[in-house]
Write a protein that binds this ligand. Structure first.
Ligand SMILES: Nc1ncnc2c1ncn2[C@@H]1O[C@H](COP(=O)(O)OP(=O)(O)OP(=O)(O)O)[C@@H](O)[C@H]1O
Length: 284
């Protein structure tokens, strides 16, 4: 029998007064899958994730995480969930090792404290106070606390904001390892490359509505990913969308200038999908 999905969201809606932050969103995340929720500032990503974490109550619709309604969840359920919130909030006076060890005691089957600190690349800072770390290093402490309990479902809300490129790559390796252990991951991010690197599937949300939901390589539909050939000749600048870019290039007469073949990236598809949506200020 196929395992039930780890996360089921059905017409989930959250209103704050007259503002609808999340508007009838539905998706599922399979066990072991890494799913990315993408969207501009104010799109409703954090509100969605926080309803799944049990920190906010839906206005209507339903959510289920590991078969449980997060709004009614108990401690046993919470110990199966890992959370990395958007804002950092540890006790800054404690050292990295003290904070991680403190959290390890909360969970029935916690990871080894030093191994976890090593996994997030903080071994040489383990004895330092969290308050003395850089923003990116403090974020790694958040991630350590999110994974210390060996969660079945891990929520990562903008986990690499403030990371330098090298730290981001190290973090991706860490998350790939967590995913390889079978952990289901829900990631929100503004870095589309991060979604391409980590996620199996993604949803694009804007104005509280889900605009697209598919495998990362297919999102936006096949047409949106059709390669584009561009070149300049005596007749001006040309642009052709084609599934056979090599044939188009061969057929170009003479010596074209600025010849390029581009395959639209997730970022291109994302930008064209959200281009028609209202910016948050206008939606207020
Ligand atoms: N407690 C609240 N009261 C009123 N409005 C809220 C509250 N929390 C969020 N909102 C509004 O709900 C909308 C969605 O916010 P949310 O934080 O979910 O967006 P987001 O996609 O996570 O954005 P970002 O990328 O900036 O983190 C925004 O318009 C926001 O202003």
């Amino acid at each position: 029998m196929e395992q039930a999905p780890a996360v089921v969201v059905d017409r989930l809606t959250k209103r704050y007064g007259a503002r609808t932050a999340v508007d009838g969103v539905s998706f599922e995340i399979a066990r072991g899958e890494t799913f990315a929720l993408l969207g501009p500032n104010g799109a409703g990503k954090s509100t969605t994730v926080e309803m799944l974490e049990g920190f906010r109550t839906p206005t209507s619709g339903t959510a289920s995480v590991l078969g449980v309604d997060p709004a009614r969840a108990d401690r046993a359920w919470r110990s199966r969930i890992g959370v990395v919130l958007q804002t950092t909030g540890q006790a800054g006076a404690l050292t990295v090792r003290e904070v991680v060890a403190h959290f390890a005691r909360i969970f029935p089957d916690a990871r080894d404290v030093d191994e976890t600190i090593e996994a997030v690349g903080l071994t040489e800072h383990a004895g330092r106070r969290v308050a003395k770390l850089s923003g990116g290093q403090q974020r790694r402490v958040d991630v350590a606390l999110g994974i210390i309990g060996r969660p079945e479902v891990l929520f990562l809300d903008e986990p690499t904001t403030g990371f330098d490129p090298q730290a981001r790559r190290a973090f991706w390796d860490l998350i790939r390892g967590v995913a390889a252990d079978g952990t289901t991951i829900l990631l929100t991010t503004h870095y589309l490359e991060e979604a391409e690197q980590l996620a199996d599937r993604a949803g694009i949300i804007a104005g509280g509505r889900l605009l697209a939901l598919d495998a990362v390589a297919r999102i936006g539909g096949a047409a949106a990913r059709t390669p584009i050939v561009r070149w300049t000749d005596a007749g001006g600048r040309h642009e052709v969308r084609t599934d056979e870019p090599a044939a188009v290039v061969r057929a170009i007469a003479g010596e074209p200038a600025d010849l390029e073949v581009v395959r639209p990236s997730l970022e291109d598809v994302y930008l064209s999908l959200i281009a028609d949506t209202e910016p948050e200020e206008a939606a207020a």
